[in-house]
Design a protein around this ligand. Structure first.
Ligand code: COA
Length: 372
């Protein structure tokens, strides 16, 4: 029988800096009442100059590993879902792997915009279910504030920075992620995009001058698409698991707009009380929004071991998808908990390991350079 992929650790990281609607009203022609009534957002977090997608991802990952009581060298796979990677390459996941000292993990990025966390969760789950690996780290991390045009009121009020992470572990016991769906429709690719900076339109003086490295969005079209696919993906995933909507204790949708979520819930006859909403405090953190909401639900006691939850996302691409999971809770270890290096010690160890590997690579190059 194929093993199940249990969620045994979760973590989140958000920058300390808060940007309120009133702060935004000083930059563009908008106001708190408009933003709150049209989106549900009151404030969002913005990374400082030291914080990057990889640093937020690493912070969230360390928390998740701490809850899972898992040493990073036990990880077989790290997937970072992000729409704001540090570079085109190397993958942000590799930077995270190095900072964690996860010496046995393959690491790669996954780009499915705001649906990225659902897609990454599904990929890691399938890898575990195939029996090919035991422990996986799935992260959604963003510094979208660096791709936002702060003079465009249509988009700058929506986005925020942050990261969230899950640790998945193989187990013979039924549980964890038991059903999921992933869908895409590239015909809507132009509705939400960053037009330049890729191979289609490499960075040039012209692309910069035209603001083509910022997020461009057709808000109304994305709104219509989102309300439709949240319900579609949720119902399909619940049916795939052989369950009914009434069997689900908690719905955790991508936090893009409170009105989108409310409309989708109405169409499914699901009361808002069974849904996690924290968009008022973070805005749309893209791939990070679902794991951040899950972390807060677990922290607030809204998610208990055995609960069934649906995570559902949508975003640029267009992409959408959902996953149904049975919440496993933190691992119960009889007796003394195994000693796990504290995050600070882990960070120091990882930095030392990284430095040693760089030195060894230099020595290696010097030795081999003499023979070729
Ligand atoms: N402050 C004040 N007015 C604003 C504004 C702002 N920040 N942004 C837009 N407006 C204006 C528009 O210019 C428009 O004015 P007009 O009628 O004179 O042209 C008016 O408000 C209504 O615009 P509209 O686009 O119809 O508003 P809306 O109710 O659809 O809300 C969004 C706009 C962007 C909030 C909404 O469409 C949305 O959330 N779409 C989905 C976006 C999303 O989720 N993206 C991420 C997906 S992962």
């Amino acid at each position: 029988m194929s093993p199940y992929a249990h969620i045994i650790g979760w973590g989140m990281a958000v920058p300390e800096k808060v940007l309120t609607n009133a702060d935004l009203a000083k930059r563009v022609d908008t106001d708190d009442a408009w933003i709150q009534s049209r989106t549900g957002i009151r404030e969002r977090r913005i990374a400082n100059s030291e914080q990057t997608t990889a640093s937020l991802a690493t912070d969230a990952a360390l928390q998740a590993l701490e809850i899972a009581r898992l040493n990073p060298d036990k990880l077989d796979l790290i997937i970072v879902a992000t729409s704001s990677p540090e570079h085109i390459f190397p993958a942000t996941a590799c930077l995270v792997q190095d900072r964690l000292g996860a010496s046995n993990a393959g690491a790669f990025d996954l780009l499915a915009a705001c649906s990225g966390f659902i897609f990454a969760l599904n990929m890691a789950t399938q890898a575990i279910r195939s029996g090919s690996l035991k422990n996986a780290l799935v992260i959604g991390a963003e510094t979208l504030s660096r791709f936002v045009d702060w003079s465009d009121r249509n988009t700058c009020v929506l986005f925020g920075d942050g990261a969230g992470a899950f640790v998945l572990q193989a187990s013979e016991e039924r549980g964890g992620v038991i059903a999921s769906v992933m869908r895409s429709d590239g015909s809507g690719g132009d509705l939400l995009c960053v037009p330049a900076g890729g191979s289609f339109a490499p960075a040039s003086l012209e692309t910069v001058a035209m603001g083509k490295h910022f997020i461009k969005m057709n808000g109304r079209e994305v709104f219509r698409f989102a309300t439709r696919v949240i319900a579609q993906a949720t119902v399909e995933t619940v049916e795939k698991a052989g369950l009914k909507l009434d069997d689900i204790q908690l719905f955790i949708p991508h936090q893009a707009n409170q009105r989108i979520v409310e409309a989708a819930l109405r169409s499914m006859n699901v009361p808002i009380e069974r849904c996690v909403l924290n968009i008022d405090r973070y805005g749309n953190t893209s791939t990070a929004s679902i794991p951040i909401a899950a972390c807060e639900a677990a922290r607030d006691g809204r998610l208990k071991a055995g609960d069934k939850l649906v995570l559902v996302g949508f975003g640029a691409g267009l992409t959408w998808g959902a996953a149904l999971a049975i919440w496993s809770g933190a691992p119960q270890q009889p007796g003394a908990r195994p000693a796990l290096p504290l995050p600070l010690r882990l960070r120091l160890y990882a930095r030392l390991r990284s430095l040693l590997r760089r030195i060894l690579r230099r020595i290696d190059a010097w030795i081999w350079g003499r023979y070729v």
